[in-house]
Write a protein that binds this ligand. Sequence first.
Ligand SMILES: Cc1cc2nc3c(=O)[nH]c(=O)nc-3n(C[C@H](O)[C@H](O)[C@H](O)COP(=O)(O)OP(=O)(O)OC[C@H]3O[C@@H](n4cnc5c(N)ncnc54)[C@H](O)[C@@H]3O)c2cc1C
Length: 272
Amino acid sequence: MDQKDINIDIHSEFFTKKFKVTLTKREPINHDSYLFRFDFQNGKERLGMQAVQHIKIYGLNMNGEIVDRAYTHVYEDDGYFLIPIKIYRPNVLPQFPNGGELTPWLEKIDLNSELTIKRCIGKLLYHNNQFIVRPKANKNWSQFNTVLLICGGSGITPCYQLISAICNNPNDNTQMILLYANKSEQDIWLMKELKDLQDKHKDQLTVHYTLDKSDEKWNGLKGFVSLEMMTSIFPKATETTLGVLCGPKPMNKLVLSLYEQFGLKKENIVKF
Ligand SMILES: Cc1cc2nc3c(=O)[nH]c(=O)nc-3n(C[C@H](O)[C@H](O)[C@H](O)COP(=O)(O)OP(=O)(O)OC[C@H]3O[C@@H](n4cnc5c(N)ncnc54)[C@H](O)[C@@H]3O)c2cc1C
């Protein structure tokens, strides 16, 4: 499949049609997250999207109102796909007594429940060594030699999808440097998968972790993402450097400004 064959029409049925999938598994990953498995009803369909596209899951908030949120699958095969999801439970933090709107519902619904989902075009499209930045507004493919990725917590999923797609393309030698921030070591997702990719693509992919809270055994980076941290691990920004980010709101605000201070062109910065 060539670039010209990729569907970038957001009004096409591929992106507008809602459909049902069945929740068939919900396996704990850590203290607040699960790997969800969703099955297509005909047992063979696929999401069939390009990197870095996500789905919307529709569900109910605590008042019984319909809400939707974005999620990025990390694996798919004929008939099903897998998504890690962090649950924002009520009464964990005093400032959020109700928790999140959608994820408490996703934690409670019965296995074999049917959910409504929809495909979304996303903020960045990657195919065959080429990217479209903000495909809703722009239809031009362009190339980047280096991709910097900064994410926090569950924000790893779109970054992982992009890293996997680039690594799985033997004709693409784009350099990727990932800076993945978490509260503590137990919050890190996809560590084994990232290590496997890094081992296989040593010349292409570098992964750094930073933690808010760590013990003396931790030999990664420490503290919040900063310009100093970025300067110590990223190559100098050029015209062909793309910077992507995905994390909680306050982190996104910080990283957007840090990327600009680091020298990235505004149009080459993408928040998933
Ligand atoms: C492109 C994209 C892809 C994404 N992919 C994934 C994915 O693959 N997996 C995934 O888990 N998420 C993903 N997300 C995030 C997801 O869309 C939701 O924002 C998230 O699940 C929270 O939804 P919610 O309705 O439960 O919480 P919301 O009602 O949206 O509120 C979340 C916010 O409430 C606060 N909050 C509430 N309760 C708590 C609590 N107990 N502890 C801490 N803070 C709390 C925090 O400020 C938190 O950021 C993605 C987001 C985007 C934009």
